[in-house]
Design a protein around this ligand. Structure first.
Ligand code: SAH
Length: 258
């Protein structure tokens, strides 16, 4: 029996897969990838005789059935996931049938689109004395949010918020943010297809105008929404510096100058 690897393909740019993920793709006898999101990484690194399938249009049972069947024939079988497999990736739903079938499996992390979006815009999720916390979430769509996790509640913390799977719900994002105490002129960032060569779009706006701006840019899918008190900090005149590099701050690796 072979082993099934759940590999994070990264956000889109084929070079953003991990070295380990790339090695596994080279060694794999069979790969199933998620829709059009990660096809390039497959074709770039997979061997010529690799059995490659697209899971677009397949049900979860069909995908796990495919993985189980291929694990009977190949030593290395890969489920290639977008970004990191632990975020909105149906990982547990796929692991359980593999466990039940007695098939060994492991997960290889990937660069999430949340990080790729911040990189695209040269923004920081954390800033000293501004926010030291990041919330990865979504607004309620067809998938209900558990108690206590509405955007209205989470946004009250005024931390960095990365909203997945929410780009078609910008009206709701605005309503919830305003109810949580944010303002229409607060900064918001939308990145579509972060890291995709030639396809990435970065839209900066305010909570009040972002919907209009995204409509004008025809952005309706594959986009990350970031709301954060750190947005635009690159242009701030006054900035609290990180203690780690502060000349007056002693830590494990350096003694303060004064
Ligand atoms: N596991 C993935 C997320 C899968 S959910 C990760 O870690 O990134 C799919 C959602 O992720 C999309 O609706 C979108 O909000 C976001 N997403 C995925 N790829 C993206 C990209 N390249 N740029 C911006 N957002 C992306």
């Amino acid at each position: 029996m072979g082993k099934v690897w759940f590999v994070g393909a990264g956000p889109g740019d084929a070079e953003l897969i991990t070295v380990k993920g790339q090695r596994l793709l080279r060694e794999a006898g069979a790969i199933i990838y998620a829709g059009s999101l990660v096809s390039k990484a497959c074709t770039l690194w997979a061997s010529e005789d690799c059995d490659i399938a697209d899971s677009k249009g397949m049900t979860l049972d069909e995908i796990t059935g495919w993985l189980i069947e291929k694990a009977g024939k190949h030593e290395t079988v890969i489920r290639l996931q977008t970004g990191d497999p632990s975020l909105y990736g149906a990982l547990i739903e796929m692991l359980q049938p593999l466990d039940a079938a007695g098939i060994e499996s492991s997960v290889v992390p990937g660069v999430s689109s949340a990080f790729a979006s911040m990189a695209a815009a040269s923004e920081s999720m954390t800033l000293p004395e501004v926010t030291q916390t990041v919330i990865l979430t979504r607004v309620e769509g067809r998938t209900p949010m558990p108690d206590g996790e509405s955007l209205r509640e989470l946004a009250q913390h005024k931390t960095t918020l990365c909203l997945f799977l929410s780009i078609t719900l910008l009206h709701k994002v605005r309503d919830e943010l305003l109810a949580a105490g944010w303002h229409d002129d607060d900064a918001i960032l939308v990145v579509q297809k972060a890291s995709w060569p030639d396809e990435e779009k970065i839209v900066r706006g305010t909570i009040g105008n972002i919907r209009e701006k995204c409509r004008a840019e025809k952005i309706a899918s594959q986009a990350m929404i970031v709301v954060s008190p750190t947005l635009g900090a690159r242009h701030w005149k006054t900035l609290k510096k990180s203690k780690l590099y502060d000349a007056d701050f002693t830590h494990r690796f350096r003694k303060a100058e004064k």
